[in-house]
Design a protein around this ligand. Structure first.
Ligand code: G1P
Length: 305
């Protein structure tokens, strides 16, 4: 049995890449088809058996908490209107995840955001999920039927399987073009299986010419509670922020960190093009809207479409 019970989701950011849309709503509430981005990430946690979600939040972000809460007035209205399916779905959202919020009063980087969860987590091992990173673990057969290939859950479930063997730190990995290493945490080490690296070095946002590899960290981490002591003492690193990667590098140097190349389609929804990419993907594979989306793409692909 996994000892990881809680996932921390840092959601305090301004979402400046999505202004003006994010002037009045959190970027985590921007929709992909019919549900907000953050719902895909919480669903991934739940599929991996993690039901406690700590939101590291900030002023103006209460819509996220409301989304995962019960809504008696809405439920009554749906019940009265006989909309049983929608009612079931709305109630289930609040049942599957237990939400705890902590505030990040100043934005001093990802490491600082995670540190805000210290009192809630104590010395337990825990997961961190960055909601910009969305993973679809399904694959499709020749006639378009979806099946879940991973057996557990997109990314996080696969990482928990590795963690059950290794303990310590586990991060999700993805190969990126050499020119892009300065956008990510980068890991280097020894491949102990085709999809598993024993990480020896981690560097945050290295310039391509200084990067030790081109395997980047995707926003999924399993971390030991001992990381909080390191984060409390840690000086700001890359771009003047307290970086989680710098704390993880300590575990890597001790041989206590692994990276997993996960199965599944990954989307970086932290920018409008990435969100569009994810939206098209989930719309094309949506049981209700898939066909209409394909027709729309054909229309838009034609001159004057
Ligand atoms: C953060 C992490 C970085 C990681 C990335 C994944 O960077 O600091 O190590 O590779 O998330 O999305 P950010 O996207 O906040 O700049």
């Amino acid at each position: 049995m996994s000892t990881v019970r809680t996932a921390v989701l840092p959601v305090a950011g301004w979402g400046t890449r999505f202004l003006p849309a994010t002037k009045a709503i959190p970027k985590e509430m921007l929709p992909i088809v019919d549900r907000p981005c953050v719902a895909y990430v919480v669903a991934e946690a739940v599929a991996a058996g993690i039901h406690n979600i700590v939101l590291v939040t900030a002023r103006g972000k209460t819509a996220i908490e409301d989304y995962f809460d019960r809504s008696p007035a809405l439920e009554l209205a749906l019940e009265t209107a006989g909309k049983r399916d929608l009612l079931g779905e709305v109630v289930a959202i609040a049942r599957h995840a237990k939400i705890i919020s902590v505030r990040q009063q100043e934005q001093r980087g990802l490491g600082h955001a995670v540190l805000q969860a210290a009192e809630v987590i104590g010395d337990h091992d825990f997961a961190v999920m960055l909601p910009d990173d969305i993973v679809d673990g399904r694959t499709w057969d020749a006639v378009g039927n979806a099946k879940v290939e991973t057996g557990s859950s997109p990314a996080l479930g696969q990482m928990l399987d590795v963690y059950a063997e290794t303990g310590g730190v586990v991060v999700a990995l993805k190969e990126v073009p050499n020119a892009d290493t300065n956008r990510y945490g980068i890991c280097a080490g020894i491949w102990v299986a085709a999809d598993r690296m024993k990480v020896e070095r981690m560097v945050e946002k290295p310039k391509p010419e200084l990067a030790p590899s081109n395997f980047s960290i995707v926003g999924r981490y399993i971390l030991p509670g001992s990381i909080f002591a390191l984060l409390r003492e840690q000086a700001p690193g890359a771009i003047g922020e307290v970086q989680i990667t710098d704390a993880l590098a300590v575990y890597a140097a001790r041989g206590e960190a692994h990276g997993v190349i996960f199965k599944g389609r990954h989307f970086d929804t932290g920018n409008p093009v990435g969100l569009l990419d994810a939206s098209l993907h989930f719309a094309l594979h949506h049981p209700v809207y898939g066909e209409a989306t394909r027709a729309m793409l054909t229309k838009h692909g034609q001159p004057g479409g």
